[in-house]
Design a protein around this ligand. Sequence first.
Ligand SMILES: CC/C=C\C/C=C\C/C=C\C/C=C\C/C=C\C/C=C\CCC(=O)SCCNC(=O)CCNC(=O)[C@H](O)C(C)(C)COP(=O)(O)OP(=O)(O)OC[C@H]1O[C@@H](n2cnc3c(N)ncnc32)[C@H](O)[C@@H]1OP(=O)(O)O
Ligand SMILES: CCCCCCCCCCCCCCCCCC(=O)OC[C@@H](O)COP(=O)(O)O
Length: 377
Amino acid sequence: MGLLQLLKSQFLCQLIICYVFLVSGLIVNLLQLCTSPLWLVNKQLARRVNVKLGYCISSQMVAALEWWSGTECTLYTDPQSYPLYGNENAIVVLNHSFEIDFLCGWTFCERFGVLGSSKVLAKEQLSYVPIIGWMWYFLEIVFCKRKWEEDRRTVAKSLQKLRDYPVNYWFLLFCEGTRFTQKKHEISMQVAESKGLPKLKHHLLPRTKGFWITVQNLRGTAAAVYDSNLNFRDKAAPTLLDILNGKKFHADLYVRRIPLESIPEDEAECGAWLQRLYQEKDTFQEHYAKTGRFPGPTVSPPRRPWTLINWLFWACLLLYPLGLLFAQLLSSGSMLTIVFSVALCFAASLGVRWMIGQTEINRGSSYGDKEVPLNNN
Ligand SMILES: CC/C=C\C/C=C\C/C=C\C/C=C\C/C=C\C/C=C\CCC(=O)SCCNC(=O)CCNC(=O)[C@H](O)C(C)(C)COP(=O)(O)OP(=O)(O)OC[C@H]1O[C@@H](n2cnc3c(N)ncnc32)[C@H](O)[C@@H]1OP(=O)(O)O
Ligand SMILES: CCCCCCCCCCCCCCCCCC(=O)OC[C@@H](O)COP(=O)(O)O
């Protein structure tokens, strides 16, 4: 192990990264809250300000991936579509098998200049996660309860609000609705069988309603669907803790641009279209499993310095006062203050660990892992 790698695996370094993320995140959340009156006066300006503020938070996680862990990202895509990425609104459909798929998604957003404005159809529970969830509130992220009776109205309403968003954005949809586990796969393939659909090997059966409602509500606003498949070289399945430990990976992303006009408007036809898309996605994953690459030409969009500059800014701002605080604490000699400070640090570490836990598949929800009564009509 090299010296740099040894340094990256040190708990103290990881503690510093988490401290900067936690404190700067809360400061940014507070600043976002302060933009509330601006929404009443100039909504578009408030949105632009929040895009920049959101960037301060999400780019720290991207910096951890691309600068701290040094993870590399290769894009497989058609060269004619490449110049459009980042210059139009798009709906991204991505496979959902990895704990850091969202982070790789963010990295591509960063490289095409849409990180601050990136959107997702997220489960409601994530809106309560401090920092990220609170940031999302101001970025108009669309939340769902994964209960169609309630979501059909609320999701459509939130999507309608994005029609006049002043900055280009990518709207991410994990149509599988939950992360891949063996059990969820078996159950969803029973559903596939009952619906007379071909079985998928690498994906769960997609839920079609969220896709249909998104396409319908963003028609005329989003230009295309970016059908995306993510994999890691050497069959790796990286976790957020691996990234914090500075472990390097290589992500491969295969993207096909599909004009939105080519997607059927009718709900049933749109659903059938998505099922066919997932059958194709499955063949690409199979191709990757067999050959270790996706079809087509590759390009590696370069990492930009902004994520690192943003992190260094916050680190300089927040580490100096922390040092002063430590010095004062030690010189005060007060046992009570020291014990209180240690307890506070311990509570903060538990909080960060809980947040990281939100990304872990083995702590995931039970959505999609219950046997469903199958109706073959
Ligand atoms: C150039 C570069 C390109 C790309 C770069 C890549 C990415 C970058 C882009 C953007 C980045 C932005 C942000 C990233 C940051 C963070 C993201 C983090 C995480 C958030 C992720 C989540 O939270 S995922 C979970 C929430 N999202 C979803 O669930 C979406 C999919 N779900 C749906 O669409 C659902 O339909 C619904 C949620 C709208 C409603 O849910 P409900 O459960 O009520 O579903 P359905 O009504 O659909 O379910 C009933 C139907 O499903 C059938 N069924 C039953 N059991 C199963 C089963 N086990 N599997 C499959 N299907 C099942 C049932 O038979 C019903 O069938 P119908 O025929 O009646 O539909
Ligand atoms: C700079 C780096 C500092 C790192 C330290 C702090 C880390 C804080 C991390 C908070 C991350 C919260 C963002 C959550 C994104 C979760 C993504 C996700 O994939 O959600 C799962 C859902 O799709 C489906 O859920 P399941 O039904 O599988 O359950």
